[in-house]
Design a protein around this ligand. Structure first.
Ligand SMILES: Cc1ncc(COP(=O)(O)O)c(C=O)c1O
Ligand SMILES: [Zn+2]
Length: 413
């Protein structure tokens, strides 16, 4: 029998456990729970060889057995994934960490890790014959879905808060999306997407109402493990909004563990949130299983401005069962860390990724992380998407002007 492209078996409700067919269009379970992809991991193991993964295509689709697509002809790709895992020697020394690495997701199409969710979600939507999608977004996911939908020849309806980033609006508009602003937060955008679904039958691809973004984000975890030669690190830190990135990485660890590809699931997951929107961190500190809606949320790291996540309980479960931690950092700390990362390592990080580095520093100070730990931080996007977070002070010169050395050192503040 020919080898199957995917080893997906079913979708399972994260609340009641009910199974659904992954080859039919699905949103939520009847009970309202999110559906999560489950695979025949024995079958995946038979068809994959961990020592030969590098011979496969240079794309997250190299892990196709662990992704939901039946037919490779439905793959919609813009060259996402396979992002570099960079050693951060100087930054590590500065923070007091021997072995710090950053996985630079800013290298993705549309400049963020959201491209991974979009390649999985749009490809699967294409396979299922879906012709139009709606996505509520803080900006980055909308940009990714609008461009991948354009590539697939699909209509997209992107809804974002009116104070969302200009750059994402431009990407979404350039991709020919039907784009709308909402006078509110992502939770309000969610309601409008739901309305479009009810009134016009447009497929609602909101996080965790659509089962496959999670699978795309899972590929960050698969790549990290492959890049580390299947030796799990001590800590993985993720800047958390809805939390699907963190849950996806932990899902990869669990699946690889079950396949016997990694033998020690010692990795502690770390959730870092912005102090201006930290519902999951607050819930973790109180040892709760769910978070409470964060009123008046605000942060410069707009991707993390999610006042109440549908997947909060999954993030918390990942933290509890990995022995991980949650923390929060304020915007000043985020911006000064952003500058430090760029200055120490030349990596122009996004505020979200910078917050994860700032969070690591805090946990080192608190003794949760040991200086000898191997720590991986996800820089989830490119600093180029956040031009307004850097203040420049560049004195104007004419040829022949005297140049004092202080001018160079104080170029930026
Ligand atoms: C750059 C960036 N980092 C992190 C996040 C948060 O990701 P998640 O919602 O998976 O927690 C987002 C979400 O929009 C983002 O755009
Ligand atoms: Zn259910």
């Amino acid at each position: 029998m020919a080898k199957k492209f995917t080893a997906i078996e079913r979708l399972e409700c994260s609340l009641c456990g009910k199974s659904y067919d992954p080859f039919e269009i699905q949103n939520l379970c009847q009970c309202g729970g999110s559906l999560v992809a489950r695979y025949d991991l024995e079958e995946a193991k038979e068809n994959m060889d961990k020592r030969n993964m590098s011979k496969r295509v240079l794309s997250p689709w190299r892990y196709h057995e662990l992704l939901p697509l039946r037919d490779p002809r439905n793959i919609v790709t813009l060259g996402e994934g396979m992002t570099p895992l960079l050693q951060m020697k100087h930054l590590g020394e500065k923070l007091g960490l021997k072995d710090l690495m950053i996985k630079n997701e800013g290298m993705n199409p549309t400049g963020t890790f959201k491209a991974r969710g979009a390649t999985a979600g749009v490809s699967k939507a294409k396979e299922l014959g879906i012709e139009s999608v709606t996505v509520p977004t803080n900006g980055n996911a909308g940009a990714a879905w609008a461009t991948y939908a354009a590539r697939a020849g699909m209509e997209s309806y992107i809804i974002m808060p009116r104070n969302g980033p200009e750059i994402a609006r431009k990407e979404i508009t350039a991709a020919g999306s039907h784009a709308y602003l909402v006078d509110g937060r992502i939770t309000d955008a969610n309601v409008i997407s739901e309305q479009l679904n009810q009134d016009y039958g447009i497929f609602n691809a909101a996080t965790l109402k659509e089962p496959y973004r999670l699978e795309g984000k899972k590929t960050m975890g698969l790549e990290i493990m492959e890049q580390l030669d299947w030796e799990p690190p001590d800590v993985i830190a993720f800047p958390t909004g809805g939390g699907v990135g963190l849950v996806g990485i932990y899902k990869a660890i669990r699946e690889l563990n079950e396949m016997g590809w990694i033998h020690d699931s010692k990795t502690r997951m770390v959730c870092v949130q912005a102090a201006g929107c930290a519902p999951i961190t607050e819930a973790w500190e109180k040892k709760e299983r769910e978070s409470v809606m964060w009123e008046e949320s605000d942060t410069v790291a707009f991707g993390m401005n999610v006042p109440k996540s549908k997947g909060d309980f999954m993030v918390l479960e990942s933290l509890y069962s990995s022995g991980g931690y949650a923390t929060s950092v304020d915007d000043n700390d985020i911006l000064s860390t952003k500058q430090m990362i760029t200055k120490e390592e030349g990596l122009f990080a996004c505020p979200e990724g910078s917050s994860a580095v700032a969070g690591i520093k805090k946990l080192l100070d608190q003794g949760f992380i040991d200086p000898s730990d191997k720590v991986i931080v996800l820089n989830t996007g490119s600093g180029l998407k956040y031009p307004d977070t850097v203040r420049t002070l560049m004195p104007l010169l004419q040829p022949g002007d005297e140049i004092s050395i202080e001018i160079e050192e104080n170029q930026e503040s």
